[in-house]
Design a protein around this ligand. Sequence first.
Ligand SMILES: NC(=O)C1=CN([C@@H]2O[C@H](COP(=O)(O)OP(=O)(O)OC[C@H]3O[C@@H](n4cnc5c(N)ncnc54)[C@H](O)[C@@H]3O)[C@@H](O)[C@H]2O)C=CC1
Ligand SMILES: CC(=O)C(=O)O
Length: 350
Amino acid sequence: MHKSGSSSSLGPGGLDLTQAFFRPILSAAPPSPTKRHTKISVVGAGNVGMAIAQTILTQDLADELVLVDAKADKLLGEMLDLQHAAAFLPRTKIMADVDYAVTAGSDLCIVTAGARQMPGETRLNLLHRNVALYRSIVPPLVKYSPETILLIVSNPVDILTYVAWRLSGFPSNRVIGSGTNLDSSRFRFLIADHLDVNAQDVQAYIVGEHGDSSVALWSSISVGGVPILSFLDKQEIAYEKETLENIHKEVVDGAYEVIRLKGYTSWAIGYSVANLARTLLRDQRRIHPVSVIARGFYGIEDGDVFLSLPAQLGRSGVLGVANVHMNDEETHRLKKSAATISELTSQLEI
Ligand SMILES: NC(=O)C1=CN([C@@H]2O[C@H](COP(=O)(O)OP(=O)(O)OC[C@H]3O[C@@H](n4cnc5c(N)ncnc54)[C@H](O)[C@@H]3O)[C@@H](O)[C@H]2O)C=CC1
Ligand SMILES: CC(=O)C(=O)O
């Protein structure tokens, strides 16, 4: 099966309909493309893959969007359903196939395939099932797109980013996990809700594991450029540490709650990953908390552990890690989070 979204320009009897509708303008030079052609592949056409695909389409981030999944009928159905929205969307060629050849020449490959959590189950529980899948997913992506950036989403995302890095043989700047970009959005939403401000004016990071051992960086939070905790201290406005802990707990519990209620999470991760795709492919050089190789940063000395740090991203992938202020407690928690991931990573044979 190799299905494509392009319609043929040949009418009945081989008539070229393009020529019939449009007469070419007389021009000495052939028209030159105005922007670089961008191809994004999404592996896994489940809840998460499709939320990402639809956000990429509505935000006009790709010229070609490819879907790959193991289930041929589901894949074809999803492709047709998106193609049928063509009249309402920016022009994008949508293709789908179970064969990875369709992904050839991708600028960005986003991997969402894999088992997901059942209500109450942790992300780390999915590890062995999803490592097995990655052995059949990463090598063909690399074969067909040796220059691509791999953006890993399946859980446990930090360890699978390490697995993808090892299986791909890519330099570490081209293998990124969506990490706590999503947790940080949940965090910003909750802070904004408490203060009744716009979440886009809240600068706040969650770092470490995308999961239970994540770390909230309270000491560097600012709203509209005002550093919140030092402002409260200076104004002698009392706040309870417990209130802060509860907000972080709400972030950690957020995914469990959505999974309990609707069975899976999808919309927020769709926006989170589209946001990363924009920064990477449009070379925006923005800083995102995403899963990167962490050794050497913030006192982390554990092996080849991947976890989220505030990283600057651009067209070549990870450009660097920002030196955000952390107090001693935050640094300690980050190192503990690294140890949790490192222990599991070191048990894998890749
Ligand atoms: N990093 C993050 O922030 C988030 C990660 N996730 C993770 O994303 C993953 C996907 O979640 P959902 O889309 O809800 O699950 P889903 O069950 O709806 O979709 C998974 C898809 O993977 C496909 N698949 C399975 N094996 C495959 C293979 N070998 N090759 C190609 N496709 C294959 C399945 O056919 C299915 O369509 C899970 O691991 C979940 O935990 C979910 C939300 C947020
Ligand atoms: C499922 C998951 O990892 C999330 O929504 O955060």
